[in-house]
Design a protein around this ligand. Structure first.
Ligand SMILES: Cc1ncc(C[n+]2csc(CCOP(=O)(O)OP(=O)(O)O)c2C)c(N)n1
Ligand SMILES: [Mg+2]
Length: 595
């Protein structure tokens, strides 16, 4: 077998581990990788506008494909450009491999350009802040070892960012390609099922019959969609999801309550905060701020809390549960729905199935799914974003993927969209909320699932940050991707909070009404613009007919967000000092929400 450069060795190895795309920006310290990426079959380099876009694309790719994404850039500014994107993957435990090409070891600490040593931007320290695992390759003999070990982060049960720093001189070493992929490693093979803990959970549910399930992103990570539906149907248990698991029980299912928390449905928010629930079963959620309505003590008052998660570290983080079980979401839901040892508890829980369904149908009559539903048909000028979203949902094919960016538009796009299939809604607001993410992330997702159309709903502020990446969609000839800019000429969320500001301070939240359609056209993307709500339908239809990427500049007004997040009832929940012995940190809610 002939020797190959280490840069090629690494590219072949990650391909053999399952990588198909590398999102990157060229540069001196990754030149060897550029050559390898065109020489090696079965892996495609995607050149992005910036490394920030590359990291976001790798993140969106991984979320959509359900396998690791890869981004690459030079040390120094390439690495720092990737940092924000990678921080999103880190926070949400999305598997992303980041490869940096670093200055050669021989030049270290001598003021070389982009030196990651003394006097430079220290790549491993910088990315160490957001890496679950990282190695600097200081000897070519260690390549196979380091790559295989990074795969435990990219393919194992606790996923996230894996960083490999490869100095230029090491990239050039040659050796035979002998690499054994980590093929025996898969998230499935490491799944944990705590039957004893789950028997106790069954018993608690049987004794506390008004059970509601809150399903978090752990359900999606565990690919537990079918198991979730079977479990809910077996016992007639109503299911709310967190925002990031929106639609993982289809929202038109008879047992779906919709999203709980920020941007949540009226039904889920009112029931989980104010309703008479006996037992709240939480699977795969850390119950962070936006998924607990600001750590509301009402979420756990006068009811049992059962928390189930694959990661022990996620349990009892914000509330002390009555029962916490370390168990995988899919295995858990299957176990609970099948005949188990605790037969008596199971029979009792089955007996109350009809009563729960009855309870839910009464709740549906009392509680609204949508807040301010009339806005869906608003004729207002400037346009109401609710109408733009409601009609967009109606116009788009049901197998599409929806990427929602960060700002006031997040609330409209989440609240008024009914997700009819699992694993199609994507959002990062729960821990990061980085503006602009959805633009490149949706491009990564389109490459991950080419047959599924993609819609990205973004703000004009988001466009200012990452709008250049639409050129990547155009250059790679992507079809079936639509960027919908809800253009309210403002940093909407800050402006909605700006009532107390002076006019000069409020003006800091204004954005120029750019012609985003013309901007798109200049980058080879079809640009459409719409300001009359009655033209929305025709505009969406035209976008769907296009033979390439499309951007729609939806000129709308600034209107209050639809859910109660910023109104008095729920603000009170945020602002109150929680006098709650079961809250882990009672001071958490003593500050205003921000985004
Ligand atoms: C990178 C980043 N910087 C700042 C913020 C704070 N922030 C949250 S929403 C927002 C404004 C978003 O404006 P736009 O994209 O126009 O969306 P809109 O709120 O108007 O719908 C800002 C500045 C953020 N979330 N992310
Ligand atoms: Mg805006």
């Amino acid at each position: 077998m002939s020797d190959v450069k280490l840069s090629q060795y690494i590219v072949q190895a990650i391909r053999d581990e399952g990588a198909s795309h590398v999102f990157m920006v060229p540069g001196g310290y990754v030149d060897n990788f550029s050559q390898a990426l065109v020489d090696v079959d079965g892996i495609q380099p995607i050149v992005c506008a910036s490394e920030a876009g590359a990291a976001y694309m790798a993140d969106g790719f991984a979320r959509s494909a359900g396998r690791f994404g890869v981004c690459m850039g030079i040390s120094g500014p390439g690495a720092s450009n990737m940092l924000t994107g990678l921080s999103v993957s880190y926070a949400d435990q999305v598997p992303v491999l980041v490869i940096t090409g670093d200055a050669p070891l021989l030049w270290r600490n001598r003021d070389a350009i982009q030196d990651p040593g003394v006097g430079g931007l220290k790549t491993t320290q910088l990315l160490g802040a957001i890496s679950q695992q990282q190695f600097e390759l200081t000897n070519d003999k260690l390549a196979a070892d380091h790559l295989r070990r990074l795969m435990t982060t990219l393919k194992g049960p606790k996923q996230g960012v894996a960083h490999l720093a490869v100095p230029l001189d090491i990239q050039r070493h040659e050796q035979a390609y002998e690499y054994q992929p980590h093929s025996n490693l898969s998230a499935r093979s490491t799944r944990v099922l705590d039957q004893k803990g789950l028997d106790l959970a069954l018993q608690m549910m049987a004794e506390n019959k008004r059970v509601v399930l809150l399903a978090g992103s752990g359900v999606r990570k565990g690919n537990a969609f079918e198991a979730l539906q079977v479990f809910a149907e077996t016992y007639g248990i109503p299911v709310a999801t967190t925002m990031s698991a929106k639609g993982d029980l289809p929202e038109d299912h008879s047992l779906s309550l919709g999203v709980f928390g920020w941007a949540g449905s009226g039904l889920a928010n009112e029931l989980l905060i104010n309703g008479e629930i006996d037992c709240l079963l939480v699977i795969g959620s850390r119950l962070g701020q936006i998924n607990s309505m600001g750590w509301s003590e009402k979420l756990v008052r006068d009811r049992k809390l059962i928390q189930i998660d694959l990661e022990p570290d996620h349990l009892n983080r914000t509330y002390v549960a009555d029962l916490s079980v370390v168990s995988d979401a899919e295995a858990t839901l299957r176990y609970l729905a099948s005949p188990v040892e605790q037969k008596i508890a199971q029979t009792q829980l089955l007996e109350s199935t009809h009563a729960r369904r009855q309870w839910l149908s009464e709740l549906r009559e009392q509680l609204p799914r949508f807040y301010s539903f009339d806005d869906c048909h608003s004729e207002k000028m400037p346009m109401h974003p609710t109408r733009a979203i409601y009609e967009l949902d109606a116009a788009m094919p049901k197998h599409m993927q929806l990427f929602v960016d960060n700002g006031a538009h997040t609330f409209f796009a989440t609240h008024y969209w009914t997700m009819r299939n699992p694993n199609q809604y994507f959002n990062i607001i729960k821990y990061s909320g980085a503006m602009g993410w959805a633009i490149p992330a949706s491009i990564g997702a389109k490459m991950a699932r080419p047959s599924a159309p993609v819609v990205a709903v973004v703000g004009d502020g988001c466009m200012l940050m990452q709008g250049m990446e639409i050129q990547t969609a155009s250059r790679y000839g992507l079809k079936g991707i639509i960027f919908v800019v809800l253009n309210n000429k403002a940093h909407g969320n800050p402006k909605l909070r700006a009532q107390g500001f002076t006019p000069d301070a409020e003006a800091l939240t204004d954005i120029v009404d750019h012609n985003w359609a013309a901007f798109a056209e200049s980058l080879g993307v079809k640009g459409l613009s719409v300001s009359d709500p009655n033209r929305l339908g025709a505009c969406y239809a035209e976008a769907l007919r296009a033979n390439g990427p499309v951007l729609i500049d939806v000129k709308c007004g600034l209107y209050p967000t639809p859910t109660k997040v910023f109104d008095e009832t729920f603000m009170a929940e945020f602002n109150r000092y929680i006098d709650n012995p079961r809250a882990v940190n009672t001071a958490l809610s003593d500050v205003e929400p921000s985004n």
